[in-house]
Design a protein around this ligand. Sequence first.
Ligand SMILES: CC(C)(COP(=O)(O)OP(=O)(O)OC[C@H]1O[C@@H](n2cnc3c(N)ncnc32)[C@H](O)[C@@H]1OP(=O)(O)O)[C@@H](O)C(=O)NCCC(=O)NCCS
Length: 381
Amino acid sequence: MDAYLIEARRTAIGRAHPDKGLFREVRADELLAELMRRTLAEMETGEELTAALDDVYIGCVGQHLEQGKNIARLALLLAGLPETLPGVTINRLCASSLQAFNFAASTIAAGDADLLLAGGVEHMTHVPMQAATDYHRGLLSRYEFPFNNMGLTAEKVARDFGVSRHDQDSFAVESHRRALAAREAGHFDREILPIDTPDGPARQDQSPRPGTSLEALAQLKPVFAADGTVTAGNSSPLNDGASLTLLASSAACKRFGLKPRARVAGFAVVGLDPCTMGMGPVPAIRRLLEKTGLSLDTIDRFELNEAFASQAVACIRELRLDPEKVNPYGGAIALGHPLGGTGTRLITTLINGLEQSGGRYGIASLCIGHGQGMATLIERL
Ligand SMILES: CC(C)(COP(=O)(O)OP(=O)(O)OC[C@H]1O[C@@H](n2cnc3c(N)ncnc32)[C@H](O)[C@@H]1OP(=O)(O)O)[C@@H](O)C(=O)NCCC(=O)NCCS
């Protein structure tokens, strides 16, 4: 049985900043609840669909404070969805919401559900990345440096794969250029649902910086290693944001007259050396192509999460991807990376981009902390 992508929406992505952040006064649960409520309200048959939902799968990395105690369930209650609707929160670090999406597709494909919400959220202002962590000493000492420092993994990838500071900064400049051009062209209008904040509705991503230039980026000091190449300008920033998809079986599509935007055509997840976690998309995409029997040149568009420019450039080179097909609307360096919210943000931008460009197959892929990689294939219908 197939699973179909019916709708995909996201919030704007705010900077994680106590004074400047778009969502500094909106809680993570509120952000997600509002996205759930608005996504369903925007759909013609929203009320009927809401009553028929089987479950809600939400990805979130920092599952404590306002993101704790199963934010999927708490947010759906906050959104006023039926009390009879369950919800579960999933953690596969940066790929948490892509995992939620893949689990939802599997559940539908197995015939265990007909209608599922799958998405993710992260509010890195209110729940910082390092909050409430307690790594085992044995793990921290096993690797050549603290493998939980993502910036150091990016430095290692830069060294091992020969990605220079200039290569990284050029990639970052292009990410900002593409993100701003896509915004200017109105390409994000189909995906961003405005969320109310005390400053008014948040309609635009906050991290793309007009005026990002090679000269400006060259001035920035390395942040993770004094003699390194990874800076605030060629890393993904810290962000707040949420994304949400609705998946359905073919029976549900018929019953509710839904027009699927895409078919979920396959997914893959792999493990690799935690010290080079940024290379995760390489084995993940290779495994996905093997599983689906498709060749790389049949893929029209890639949404490859830009955790760091070093790993994005190294993955593109290793896989020999056409850079024009990768993140045509910019990537996380410019748009932002609200950890648990990113996976289905990639799916949202991917289906949106496939529809706008007329492509058929698209892959969303992420590297994942502690050494994993994930990739998901969708076929636009
Ligand atoms: C790299 C990192 C430590 C930088 O943190 P930060 O110093 O708070 O970064 P900011 O985004 O606030 O940028 C700091 C400064 O760099 C400069 N800067 C950043 N991006 C810039 C750009 N595109 N052009 C020009 N200047 C830029 C600015 O001066 C900026 O200060 P401002 O915002 O007050 O103007 C942080 O973003 C980080 O940890 N990123 C990785 C997150 C991560 O690991 N995610 C998981 C991946 S697996």
